[in-house]
Structure formats: C-alpha cells, structure tokens
Design a protein around this ligand. Sequence first.
Ligand code: G3P
Ligand code: CA
Length: 253
Amino acid sequence: IALLLSEEDATKVYIIGHRGAAGYAPENTIAAFDKAVELKADYIELDVQMTKDGELVVIHDPMIDRTTNGTGAVKDFTLQELKQYDAGSWFHSTFKNEKIPSFREIINRYSSTIGLLIELKDPELYPGIEVKLAKELKRANLHKRTDHSIIVQSFNRESIRTFHRLLPSVPTGILSLLPFSSAHLKEVSKYSTYLNCFYPILTPRYLREIKKHGLTPFVWPVNTRDAFQSIYKTGINGITTDFPNQNDPLCKC
Ligand code: G3P
Ligand code: CA
C-alpha cells in the first residue's frame, strides 16, 4: 500500500470504507472490513473505545446495546467478556458469528493490505486512551510508516493534540460537524494534517479555505450515487462511504 498524497497528485481521491463497509455488513466487524477490502477501498475507517481492562476495541458506540445482543457500557466489560456477544445478528442472521474485534486483531489483519483511518471515539470517557493507542501502534511498528497508510482522527481536538505530541510521526485528522473559522483552521493545522468534514457543510468556498490553511480535506458520509458524483471532482481528497463501490452499477447506494 502506498497512499501518500504527493504535491503532484493533489487531485487524488481516496475511498474510505465507513466502519468497514457498513452498508453491506455489520459495522466495525471483520465481515465489514473484509468487504471493504474486497471492494478495493483505499482505507477502512474504524472506531476505537477502551475496555475495563484497558484493551482497545473496535465499536462505534460507548454502549454495546445497538450493535450486539448485550447491554451495558464498553468500559464496564473486559475484552474477554465482550467477546461473548454477537455483533452481527442485529444486521442480518448470516452474520451471527461476528464479534467485537480488538484493535490489535484489526491491525494484525489489515495493516499491510489497506489504509487504516482510526477514530478515537469518545476519548473523554477513557483517560489515557491516547497513550494506549500510541503504544499499540509502536508495538506493531506502524509509527514508522511515512505513507499515510495510518491516520488517527477524532472530533475531540484535545485528544488529537495529545496523540500528536506522543507520536508526531503518525498523521492525524480532525472531524467536524460545523465549519471552522479561519482562526480555528489555523490552530487545527498545528497538530493535524486532515480535516474530515460532515458532507452538508462542504461548500466550494469552505474547501478552498481548508486548503489555504494547508489541511487535506476528507468528507463523510457520502452514501448516494448523486452525492458521490457531486463531491468527487470538487478537490476533496477522501470520501467516506458505507458503500465503497460507488462507481459499480451493482452498488446498493
Ligand atoms: O470518519 C467519519 C465518521 O466516521 C464520523 O462519524 O459517527 O460515523 O463515527 P461516525
Ligand atoms: Ca467513525
């Protein structure tokens, strides 16, 4: 995998499988990540939370209720306890054997195959999660990569600042639901390479503003063919989608 956006290739658009390929398989499971690989996405996006015994796990919500057959907060279970739950049947019965993956399983399985866009989800709930993530990446020797095949993002700017201080060699991104002022963009550009924006806020003018501050713009979620076609040639560099085969006539988008 060689993903780095070079100066000469500033028009490159990466396709990012949202929570794997959440339109086709239960989000944040091996089935969903395998599907994104099969559909030839450039990156998989995954959400990271932390267990009672300090292990990183891949699940979107701080509670396990929506995406498993269990109830309760991720932080109140050990990794071993979480592994007993079914993380696939809520999507379809054919996925009944899916489990909540540990972060380590994901990096072991995918880091030499596809880019990883890692989201620190709700980091305010897990003091020390940035240190833990930095340790896991170092342990797997992923912090030495220079091709941007590992990116760490969050809505929480403080968390990204902390992570950036710990592991400055790993590129970072900030997620935003609302447009940032010029002053905010300038501040963000000190510790972040990417700005991943909520689709509705992304006007051509705002895109220019983002680039003016040296940030690389990504967007989410882009789940219809119309949205995909309208954003593709605007100068965006990454499109996050539940359907990473938008150009395929068989796309379920
Ligand atoms: O990568 C963008 C996206 O994942 C942020 O929103 O809620 O899907 O984690 P959410
Ligand atoms: Ca996410």
